[in-house]
Design a protein around this ligand. Structure first.
Ligand code: SF4
Length: 222
């Protein structure tokens, strides 16, 4: 290989690094505006730069011992806002709710079926409340232990919109994978394999907003 080729490769590498750096700066500035001021500036540009710089930004934040989940939260918040108006137009039967297995109680009596956990609405965890409301609105509820089940659901049932609940990393990944659907995501408030927590009212508000709009609250089912 001659010297000119080495120089060309070197220049291309430097240009790529500079492009990624510029994209990371744009993502950080727009992301911080979104997180701090709840203000969405150039959403499509932010989504584009986030998708490209996601692995690099996560690694840098981890290295600097900052909260790397902030990137996932920004991405979820962004997708929620971008899809909000379209989501409100959906009929409830065209929507499904996907909940994580870890929300269930330690005493959960439900058994695992081919489409996930089959909730008995025993009242020991918020999944039962979501299921009660969704049953009234003809919304499919899937309580899944992993992404394999999600693939089964996509194969088995037609839907246009998804309300997803998961930890920030899983939820962000799922919303990216389900880009062709109208998604709304609520991330868990803590980590764990069981008894995790979610903002119950936030999930119910999303269920209520699907057509026909309803006004259920958790108190209606407690
Ligand atoms: S409400 Fe459903 S998921 Fe929750 S503990 Fe009872 S059966 Fe299990």
């Amino acid at each position: 290989m001659d010297l000119n080729l080495f120089t060309l490769i070197g220049e291309i590498v430097v240009i790529c690094i500079l492009v990624v750096l510029v994209l990371m700066i744009i993502t950080s500035v727009l992301g911080l505006i979104l997180l701090k001021n709840k203000k969405l500036v150039f959403p499509r540009i932010l989504l584009f730069t986030l998708n490209i710089t996601y692995p690099s930004l996560k690694s840098i934040l981890k290295l600097l011992q900052f909260d790397d989940l902030a990137i996932d939260r920004i991405s979820i918040d962004l997708r929620n806002r971008l899809n909000k108006d379209k989501f409100k137009e959906l009929n409830s039967e065209d929507v499904i709710v996907v909940l994580p297995h870890c929300l269930r109680s330690t005493d959960c009596p439900a058994k695992l079926g081919t489409s996930g956990l089959e909730c008995l609405k025993c009242g020991k965890c918020p999944i039962g409340i979501f299921k009660e409301i969704c049953d009234k609105k003809n919304i499919g509820v899937y309580i899944v232990p992993g992404s394999t089940f999600m693939k089964n659901i996509i194969r088995k049932r037609e839907f246009k919109g998804v309300i997803g609940v998961a930890c920030p990393v899983d939820l962000n990944n799922a919303m990216t994978t389900l880009e062709n659907y109208v998604t709304q995501g609520v991330y868990l408030l803590n980590d764990g394999c069981i008894n995790t927590l979610v903002d119950v009212d936030e999930v119910i508000d999303l269920i209520n907003v699907t057509k026909p709009v309803t006004t259920y609250t958790k108190e209606d089912f407690m």
